[in-house]
Write a protein that binds this ligand. Structure first.
Ligand SMILES: Nc1ncnc2c1ncn2[C@@H]1O[C@H](COP(=O)(O)OP(=O)(O)OP(=O)(O)O)[C@@H](O)[C@H]1O
Length: 308
């Protein structure tokens, strides 16, 4: 999948701004970014549901939007909001989708049986979809999205409404699909999910601000992360605000994570805090994706993942 100069304007707002993107076959490409940075808009353009204001898209050898119709048979799309029929049973939802996808009756019956088994839904076939838990609904939505064996699956924050255990199971299912050759593009707010992607694109205000494997992004981090442990992390954050050696800061639980580009940051930060009579321990720490996120978006993670 390739996109170049991809842009979407809604009136005065440029939601996606000149995005260049390349996703290779069987890759698990993660889209990471704060709320409203343009992830959903990009995904909707990539699967031909939304017309770009400018730019070119090529998916599985087809040009979007010109060839969007034949491409629909080869791609699957799953949104963060449950979009199946709550007043139909699990089985009826899949049967309906199989009809929409043009599967013949025998083929549909076989495929539905297979997917109900694979996604642990076999004993829920007759249950109304609306009465299932968040995790079960997402498994059903995934079964629906892969019913026609798409080559490319686009998932827009598929795990935002499910608990950590269900998220892990859901990701196991995604890797199973990738292993079988499906290309996956998945947007997420969660760092643990981002870490599992083979490649990541970080979006901020409609622009791609980082692109690479999690290891590459961490290696390219400008500077070294430090952890400041003190009784009042917010007070420490205020004391370091605007300091020239600080690239970015984020409060993580009871500690403050500080990114700095200078070699003697450790001593300089400890001195600044001492000058303001803030008792703190400053320690170097291993870089993680959260640091990359904070460095490229200049936003703390809590705010980025606060809603949806
Ligand atoms: N149909 C629309 N009309 C007007 N503005 C829109 C429309 N769709 C999206 N936007 C705006 O475009 C921007 C990007 O929205 P988008 O939903 O793509 O972000 P996102 O990164 O998916 O956010 P979230 O993580 O909250 O789902 C936002 O400012 C949003 O309000």
């Amino acid at each position: 999948m390739r996109a170049s100069g991809l842009t979407k304007r809604f009136g005065q707002l440029t939601a996606v701004d000149g995005l260049n993107l390349r996703v290779n076959r069987a890759e698990v490409f993660g889209f990471l970014g704060p709320n409203g940075c343009g992830k959903s808009t990009t995904i909707r353009m990539l699967c031909g549901l939304l017309l770009p204001s400018a730019g070119e898209i090529e998916v599985l050898g087809c040009r979007i939007p010109q060839d969007a119709e034949p491409l629909k048979r080869h791609i699957g799309y799953m949104t963060q909001k449950f979009s199946l029929y709550e007043d139909l049973t699990v089985g009826e939802n899949l049967e309906f989708l199989a009809t929409v996808q043009g599967l013949d009756r025998r083929e549909a019956r076989q495929r539905i049986d297979e997917l109900l088994e694979r996604y642990w839904l076999a004993d829920r076939r007759k249950q109304l979809a609306g009465t299932m838990s968040g995790g079960q609904k997402q498994r059903l939505a995934l079964a629906g999205a892969v019913l026609h064996k798409p080559d490319l699956l686009l998932l827009d924050e598929p795990t935002s409404a499910v608990d950590p255990q269900s998220r892990r199971e859901f990701w196991d299912s995604l890797f199973e699909l990738a292993e079988a050759g499906t290309t996956l593009l998945v947007s997420t707010h969660y760092m643990d999910e981002a870490e599992r992607c083979t490649r990541l694109g970080i979006l901020d205000a409609g622009r791609l601000v980082a692109d690479g494997s999690p290891a590459e992004l961490m290696a390219a981090l400008p500077g070294r992360p430090l952890v400041v442990e003190c009784a009042q992390p917010r007070q420490a954050q205020r004391a370091l605000q605007g300091a020239e050696e600080v690239i970015a800061m984020a409060q993580i639980g009871a500690t403050l994570r500080v990114l700095s580009a200078v070699d003697d940051a450790h001593e300089r930060i400890a001195r600044r805090l001492a000058e303001q009579s803030i008792e703190a321990t400053v320690k170097p720490t291993e870089a993680n994706l959260e640091d990359v996120f904070v460095a490229v978006t200049h936003r703390p993670l809590e705010r980025a993942g606060a809603s949806s």
